[in-house]
Write a protein that binds this ligand. Structure first.
Ligand code: HEC
Length: 98
């Protein structure tokens, strides 16, 4: 897991998260963003007791490739690989303090 986020910047990741992810996954990563209500399947919580315990590599993959057939889009065009790692580093940091 460590090597996936080695050298990444959780603070930059937070900026990306707040702009592009919080609408659905919620400002506190609990899956209750303002857009989440009308979406099926609902955006999952990324931290807390309801969050799946996915390893960093799996998180990175879904952020890069999206989840076909859901509103989770692939983000590899919008964000560089480093930026994707930054946002995962932010999610993992929030998990630890959770
Ligand atoms: C339009 C709403 C929406 C936005 C915006 C969005 N997501 Fe998602 N996300 C989803 C949905 C819905 C799923 C569940 C997909 C599924 O069920 O396969 C998901 C799944 C995920 C997962 C997998 C979590 C799990 O427990 O399965 C991660 C990680 C994730 N998103 C991160 C992000 C990040 C990082 C961003 C911003 C770059 C983002 N998402 C933006 C809707 C969104």
């Amino acid at each position: 897991m460590a090597e996936v986020i080695a050298g990444s910047d959780a603070n930059k990741g937070q900026e990306i998260y707040d702009k592009s992810c919080g609408n659905c996954h919620g400002p506190t990563l609990d899956g209750r963003g303002p857009r989440s209500g009308g979406i099926t399947p609902r955006p999952p919580a990324l931290v807390g007791p309801d969050a799946a315990d996915l390893p960093a590599a799996a998180l990175l993959r879904i952020v890069r490739d999206g989840s076909p057939g859901t509103s989770m889009a692939p983000w590899s065009r919008a964000f560089s690989e480093n930026q994707q790692r930054d946002v995962i580093a932010y999610i993992l940091a929030k998990k630890q303090v959770d």
